[in-house]
Write a protein that binds this ligand. Sequence first.
Ligand code: SF4
Ligand code: MG
Length: 331
Amino acid sequence: NAPLLQVNDLKKHFPIRGNFFGRSTSRVYAVDGVSFEIARSETLSLVGESGCGKSTVGRAILRLFDITAGQVVLDGQRIDDLSPDRLRRIRRRVQVVFQDPFSSLNPRLRVRDILAEPIRNFGLAKSATELESKVANLMDTVRLPRDALGRRPHEFSGGQRQRICIARALAAEPDLIVCDEAVSALDVSVKAQIINLLQDLQREFGLALLFISHDLAIVEHMTHRVAVMYLGKIVEMAPRYQIFASPRHPYTKALLSAVPVPDPTVRRTPIILKGDVPSPINPPSGCRFHTRCPYVFDRCRTEEPELRQSAEGQWAACHLDVLPDTPASAT
Ligand code: SF4
Ligand code: MG
């Protein structure tokens, strides 16, 4: 059973225009060799601090720009090098929900027209009656009242607007939805509602989700697997349970130590990272995390660790096989 999506050694470098006779003098290594798969009906969460390249990965899959190197394969077909007309059909199958539902919805359009647009564009209704019934059904699907179809985006709350964005994504009848910080701007209770909705839709339609988030806590109860990114690379990837119960990479461990645990008897050793994320224009030598890693040792500064599989399905890019609870540098 081939995966729905395969990303192989994806690279996206952005040239920066310097003053050197107008030629590019350097590049931003936004995504620098990322590989993963997503199965049908699976949720993979891509997690990391802002600037780690996770949104760039999402945009590359959506084909919002050309990639620098690597492959994006959807259902056995390469989509990174498709011509624009063949890309159109692929576009239907991969949809997106962004963070800010207000700016991604046309304020002048009524919800009816917002939802009808993709159905028409992709030729998914054979008649006006079918179009109308599909639009009405989408409202049921995202738990919005049908009589709101005549309203415009500003007449809805933030959570309702995000439901409209989800309905619009579903209108294209996709196989995969990229959710880029899709709940980050919402209140806590609304976040939970939208996540529950996404999970229901996944079960109902067999949808795959690429859930991009800076917040590990958000994905803890909804994802199947997690990939943690740091400075353009995946540093750890594992099923949800393993990531949360036994992180292998010091960076994952640090991110997790900041996630509040509801059970007050359980304590995670806090790991404070030194400094800021280094610039992706000039990433550190060896292990890119070495400038902030509490476990750093000599080899880390010169030799880049490979992503290696340890426990079943758990991959980590670190020279250490076992992380002591307390880093040597902290004692
Ligand atoms: Fe830390 Fe070294 Fe592992 Fe990198 S390779 S995460 S610097 S211990
Ligand atoms: Mg982002």
